[in-house]
Write a protein that binds this ligand. Structure first.
Ligand code: NAD
Length: 508
């Protein structure tokens, strides 16, 4: 790990405020980043003060004046080079992500691959930021729309995708002509420093103005500065619904724009016509992958009566084969939770579930002994529940899977939709009618609805996000770029008269 830290210029104590290649003195309290893998401290960061934050915002505002003038394809070329730099850092950055956050090495590499993919996507996008042309109702007039950058995009990110979420936002925001300021999770500050170092080199080599990529490391308060700051027209915030309600209210109070990517409570419907063996893989990976710490993790299985017992038995057997341990060792399926606070929340959820009447088929618990010294390794658990239990209505960010029975598909869809969140959903069925009903307007109410694929994960080509308490925002592919721009409608009169719209006469 020492070599990797050195590669990204991460020292024992680092500054938590940067305008790009410059790092400010950062005078806030020190934050120590410890790995949930082995409990050891990796390095410390001096958090940003309000003064540091203001300095980063000022530099960003200056940089915007120049950056917005760069042709979009030229901005795309810079992003292409960031993608190349990420390709050559994939191994090192992927390892750092795994070690600091605790996800498996494969998932760490996968997260960096996602960053590379969004760079490629953004490069193409830089030549496709197009608007529509409309026919004017007035003779000798032309009407069209164009998209302009907004200014500073504030990015608040969560610990579980410590780097990919930043790239989904920043790569798109940059090709759109915005400048960005990133407030990463205080639980994963070092991966953020590594990304800033990678970007700074590419930006310096291309003469990108200092300030296009700002970084502010701090606790929640630093995110709140952004939310309240009228200098930041767009705040893109990824994290819990609790955070989203607070950020959304603060941004809304100043009539700014908030792009919210919040918690999920994702379910898979297992139909009587499902391929049960294939479904099993999707369900188990969805529930235990990343130790249940994905926004798209599978939390609920809604299983048809006729296959309930056989599928339950398959699940219990599969859980018996899970290997829990150091995520950097590829033979393990399940790594640690992010920290002890997360372990406490997991234990409290199990107790609450039991108190509400949940029956555990696979018991949870904290692992102790050799290899589990960090105290963050827990057993994935399965419980039979009712959808209405308050604990089931709530997202617990840990590997607890709830089983619920159904007898007809309308009931299953009502159960699937019967939670406050609306991120990812899936049905496992080989029946076309069932699949199409699930995807129809009477089906899933989520932002993501899949057939014969689990809930977990997504491709960058599609717009990513969810409804209801998931916040309504969309990031990444499709036309999600429009959230980072302002639309302007232009009408040009090339005639010798000035006719008014709707035939209004106004003669002088
Ligand atoms: P969190 O809400 O505790 O923190 C996320 C970020 O928000 C951190 O940077 C934190 O400092 C900041 N923050 C927290 N409260 C704030 C406030 N009041 N004002 C401003 N900033 C604030 O979330 P977490 O524990 O890091 O991440 C897990 C959560 O994120 C889960 O709910 C998960 O579902 C969600 N998540 C959602 C998506 C998505 O795309 N929908 C993706 C990843 C994670």
């Amino acid at each position: 790990m020492q070599n990797i830290l050195k590669q990204f210029n991460i020292e024992a104590v680092n500054s938590g405020a940067s305008t790009g290649s410059q790092w400010l003195a950062a005078g806030g309290p020190e934050l120590v980043s410890s790995s949930p893998v082995d409990g050891k401290a990796i390095a410390a960061v001096r958090t940003a003060t309000r003064g540091d934050y203001d300095a980063v915002v000022q530099k960003a505002a200056e940089a915007f004046q120049a950056w917005r003038q760069w042709p979009a394809p030229r901005r795309g070329e810079v992003v292409r080079q960031v993608g190349e730099a990420l390709r050559s850092s994939k191994e090192a950055l992927g390892r750092l992500v795994s070690y600091e956050m605790g996800k498996s090495l494969q998932e760490g590499y996968g997260e960096v691959q996602e960053m590379i993919d969004i760079c490629d996507f953004a490069v193409g996008l830089s030549r496709q930021l197009h608007g529509l042309t409309m026919h004017s109702e007035r003779p000798g007039h032309r009407m069209y729309e164009q998209w302009h950058p907004l200014g500073i995009t504030g990015i608040i990110s969560a610990f579980n995708f410590p780097v990919a979420v930043w790239s989904w936002n920043s790569m798109l925001a940059w090709v759109c002509g915005n400048v960005c300021i990133w407030k990463p999770s205080e639980k994963t500050p070092l991966t953020a420093i590594a990304c800033q170092q990678i970007t700074a080199k590419v930006f310096a080599a291309n003469g990108v103005p200092e300030g296009v990529s700002g970084l502010i490391i701090g606790e929640r308060e630093a995110g709140a500065w952004m939310a309240e700051d009228p200098c930041i027209p767009l705040v893109s915030a990824t994290g819990s619904t609790r955070m989203g309600k607070s950020v959304g209210a603060a941004v809304g109070a100043r009539l700014g724009r908030a792009l919210l990517e919040l918690g999920g409570n994702n379910a898979i419907i297992i139909s009587k016509e499902a391929d049960l063996d294939m479904s099993l893989i999707g369900c188990v990976f969805g529930a235990v992958g990343t130790a249940g710490q994905r926004c798209t993790s599978t939390r609920r299985l809604i299983i048809h009566d006729s296959v309930y017992d056989s599928f339950k038995d398959k699940l219990v057997k599969a859980y018996g084969q899970l290997r829990i341990g150091n995520p950097l060792d590829e033979q393990h399926h399940v790594g640690p939770l992010i920290d002890k606070q997360a372990v406490d929340m997991y234990l409290a959820a199990i107790e609450k579930c039991k108190a509400e009447g949940g029956r555990f088929l696979v018991e949870g618990g904290v692992l102790e002994g050799q290899g589990y010294e960090s105290g963050c390794y827990v057993k994935p658990a399965i419980a039979e529940v009712e959808n209405g239990y308050s604990i089931v209505q709530h997202e617990t960010f840990a590997p607890i899977l709830y089983l619920i029975r159904y007898s007809d598909l309308d009931e299953a869809i009502a159960l699937q939709n019967g939670v406050p969140q609306g991120l990812s959903s899936a049905i496992m069925t080989l029946n076309l009618r069932e699949a199409e009903l699930f995807l129809s307007q009477s089906g899933s109410d989520c932002g993501i609805a899949n057939v014969n694929i689990g809930t977990s994960g997504a491709e960058i080509g599609g717009a990513f996000g969810g409804e209801k308490e998931t916040g309504g925002g969309r990031e990444s592919g499709s036309d999600a770029w429009k959230a980072y721009m302002r639309r302007q409608t232009n009408t040009i009169n090339y005639s010798t008269k000035l006719p008014l719209a709707q035939g209004i006469k106004f003669d002088l």
